[in-house]
Design a protein around this ligand. Structure first.
Ligand SMILES: NC(=O)c1ccc[n+]([C@@H]2O[C@H](COP(=O)([O-])OP(=O)(O)OC[C@H]3O[C@@H](n4cnc5c(N)ncnc54)[C@H](OP(=O)(O)O)[C@@H]3O)[C@@H](O)[C@H]2O)c1
Length: 269
């Protein structure tokens, strides 16, 4: 299945939808295969012109010519935005990225026999290096399932996980990408304090993070061992580790994961 044979319609075209669309175009999908609707028409038209995609006035228009409709509005808006368009969605594959709305919710909400799947990507899909969590329970089948697989695989690494693990998984991948940016930014600040120019500090920190991930995934060694290998007795690293522990580095991250798991389907004030 080639990306040029797949048509995608976005319902909502904010940060996540744009990241996904950019990733699809980068992977070879013609930008004219992508339609989108959003709330603010002028903003949508401007973004669409920049990216070469087709802006649409409403959900029906964005969905009509698509094989796959990606629901990318805030979770608390999904019901209201899709309510009057269930009929057109019944002929499509609906892929939702809305955090907290899984298979059961869509099964109860959409028309019977509508094919649907819930995923939680992170914004690195923009460069084809995203992590996409894919709910184990779904109702895609046949050619549409093949199209969805081809589309999602073009955006990065995909992991199928149990329905009840989606939100905690997204704490690591969807929210964790922000925590990792914070790490890069903070360690670079430390280097700036010690006299290094910030652009160089960012580059070194980002390259170091890339290598860290690869080492964890490919070295075959336990993370404790990998850590010990860069922590000689009385050395510089253990002094940095002690400073991080004193500042609550681990407990801060553990609390951060827990904090992300509030109900995202409720409207925020
Ligand atoms: N951002 C992430 O890293 C991430 C990760 C995983 C999952 N998600 C999920 O992705 C979804 C979108 O998040 P986001 O961060 O992309 O939010 P966002 O940047 O605020 O985008 C939301 C989009 O929804 C549009 N919208 C609002 N009301 C609408 C309506 N009545 N009809 C059509 N479109 C409407 C907005 O249009 P206007 O711009 O014109 O107002 C905007 O384009 C959420 O459900 C979130 O849980 C996000």
């Amino acid at each position: 299945m080639e990306l040029k044979d797949i048509r995608v319609g976005f319902v909502g075209f904010g940060n996540m939808a744009k990241a996904m669309a950019r990733g699809m175009i980068k992977a070879g999908m013609p930008s004219k295969n992508i339609t989108a609707c959003a709330r603010n028409w002028d903003k949508l038209v401007k973004t669409s012109e920049d990216m070469g995609i087709i802006p649409c006035r409403d959900v029906y228009e964005a969905s009509y010519y698509s094989d796959i409709v990606i629901v990318a509005v805030k979770p608390y808006q999904v019901e209201e935005v899709l309510e009057d368009h269930k009929e057109v969605l019944n002929e499509k594959a609906v892929i939702s990225v809305a955090a907290g709305l899984g298979f059961e919710w869509y099964e109860n909400f959409l028309e019977p026999n509508t094919q649907h799947l819930t995923i939680l990507p992170n914004t690195a899909v923009e460069i084809g290096k995203g992590v996409i969590l894919r709910e184990k329970t779904h109702s895609l089948e046949g050619e549409i399932a093949e199209k969805a697989d081809a589309l999602l695989q073009s955006l990065g690494y995909m992991e199928e996980i149990d329905d009840d693990q989606m939100n905690v998984g997204a704490a690591i991948t969807g929210c964790g990408i922000n925590f990792a940016y914070m790490f890069v930014d903070s360690i670079a600040d430390g280097a700036v304090k010690m006299g290094m120019p910030k652009p160089l500090a960012y580059k070194l920190a980002a390259e170091m993070i890339k290598g860290t991930g690869e080492m964890v995934l490919t070295s075959g060694r336990h993370i404790g061992q990998l850590r010990d290998e860069v922590c000689s007795p009385g050395g510089t690293t253990i002094r940095g580790v002690a400073a991080l522990e004193e500042a609550g580095f681990r407990s801060g991250l553990i609390k951060a994961v827990e904090a992300t798991m509030t109900d995202s389907t409720k409207k925020k004030d």
